[in-house]
Design a protein around this ligand. Structure first.
Ligand code: UDP
Length: 448
């Protein structure tokens, strides 16, 4: 490693990392930063003001906010396509000025695929860039396919074909397609194109791994002009540190400590998805009727218009006792690593999916929108380590929980989940595919 002396201090080569401002993107980018820091690089996190990461959990990083110009109404619209497109339009100039004013030599900019304004700035400054992709490679292929499917008239999808297989996109059915939440398909399609096109970047780092997605990755690599490095699951390689935007309630770990092995189902729909009042009640009664223990994350904003658990059915709350634990936000990786946890009822965001798989925890999949549907389909149909929850109805929730935690019917699935955990572990160990790809990333950065 080349170290330099500057103003009498030893300094390291500096990388600028530009995360996309959502929890599921911030986490893998900060974890990548932690890994690269441990390999000797200095790290700057240059981030939008919206959903700013919490600097104190990463004291070795330098945090540089970029004015993003988002208005209250942009943010409250919840339209992710609009928010990301606006950030890309607004951040370019400020980011250019920020980069020009940095005193350290910047070796490379690593940006989340959705933060492509960073690449335009890097090109202007003649700096190398690497893209970080934080969704599955199956999602990448499916999102690209949406553009063609729209032109062929398949989108919007008719109910009559929702269970049909999508041509050339095995194993996805039309209902598994990662359709954008935004009403403006054209703008969402443009965002996909801007995020997925390789312009001047030298490589793609991907939070996935060969043992899960080799076929999709090979297909993408054939078309991709630069090397792809599937180094995932990044959280298994990085030193464990929290990158939560919300405060983690660790009291649930003490509660888990009191429960027996594989006896608890963990329930969480990630940082964005939310349920309606009726679904909350059905979920509550399904969990209670399953007679299994549960740890349920109910975010304070997860039921629009309500104050946290006020919305839960009174009879359910009165009978809760020691059968369940409800928190606003959990230290999820610690929860999934806890031996008391035997199943995960999840919306199947890519991070949650990887975190569950890499702990050998089988899933109950209730995707809500976008890429979650693709991930859920792969979990249940390809890797066969989960069951699908068609709708949040108490009987279905009860059956799915029992299947994953206790019923004989779920035995093979539980075994497959343990096997997959082992494969994932092998890929991150010395000589494993993710381990080797990570070394290649470091070599590439050193060559700039
Ligand atoms: N998470 C957490 N505590 C919770 C719920 C979620 O720390 O109570 C973390 C989880 O570990 C994951 C991230 O939030 O890393 C959610 O990302 P994911 O891609 O699963 O879903 P998204 O929030 O993007 O829909």
């Amino acid at each position: 490693m080349r170290n330099e002396t500057w103003h009498g201090e030893r300094r390291r080569r500096r990388l600028v990392l530009v995360p996309c401002p959502y929890q599921g993107h911030i986490t893998p980018m900060l974890q990548l930063g932690t890994i690269l820091y441990s390999r000797g690089f200095s790290i700057t996190i240059s981030h939008a003001i919206f959903n700013s990461p919490v600097p104190k959990t990463h004291p070795h990083f330098r945090f540089v906010p970029i004015p993003d110009g988002l208005s209250e109404s942009d943010i409250s619209s919840g339209d992710i396509t609009h928010i990301l497109s606006t950030i890309n339009e607004n951040c370019k100039l400020s980011f250019l000025h920020l980069m020009e004013s940095q005193e350290d030599e910047i070796v490379c900019i690593i940006f989340d695929e959705h933060m492509y304004f960073a690449e335009a700035v890097a090109t202007k400054l003649k700096l190398p860039t690497i893209i970080l992709r934080t969704t599955s490679s199956a999602t990448f292929l499916a999102r690209f396919a949406l553009l063609g499917l729209k032109a062929e008239g398949y989108i919007p999808c008719q109910d009559s074909i929702s269970n049909d297989m999508v041509p050339k996109l095995h194993p996805l059915r039309f209902k598994d397609l990662p359709l954008p939440k935004s009403p403006d398909f054209k703008r969402a399609a443009q965002l996909v194109l801007d995020s997925y096109t390789i312009r001047n970047s030298s490589a793609v780092i991907w939070n996935t791994m060969d043992c899960l997605e080799q076929t999709c990755l090979m297909q993408i690599q054939q078309e991709c002009p630069v090397p792809i490095f599937p180094v995932g699951p990044i959280h298994k390689i990085a030193q464990p540190t929290s990158s939560s935007l919300l405060k983690e309630d660790s009291s649930c770990i003490a509660w888990l400590d009191k429960q027996s092995r594989n006896s608890v189902v963990y329930v969480s729909l990630g940082s964005i998805a939310s349920l309606g009042e009726k679904e909350i009640a059905e979920m509550a009664w399904g969990l209670a009727n399953s007679e299994q223990l549960f740890l349920w994350v109910v975010r304070s904003d997860s039921i629009p218009g309500s104050n946290w658990t006020e919305i839960l059915p009174k009879g359910f709350k009165d009978g809760l006792g020691e059968k369940g634990c409800i928190v606003k936000w959990a230290p999820q990786k610690e929860v999934l690593a806890h031996e008391a946890v035997g199943g995960f009822l999840s919306h199947c965001g890519w991070n949650s999916t990887l975190e569950s798989i890499s702990q050998g925890v089988p899933l109950i999949c209730k995707p809500c929108f976008g890429d979650q549907r693709v991930n859920a389909r792969y979990v249940c149909h390809e890797w066969k380590v989960g069951v699908e929850l068609e709708k949040i109805e108490r009987g279905e929730v009860e059956r799915a929980v029992r299947k994953v935690i206790v019923d004989d019917e779920g035995k093979e699935m539980r075994e497959r989940a343990r096997d997959l955990k082992e494969k994932v572990e092998v890929s991150t160990r010395k000589g494993g595919s993710s381990y080797n790809y990570l070394n290649e990333v470091v070599d590439l950065i050193m060559s700039f």
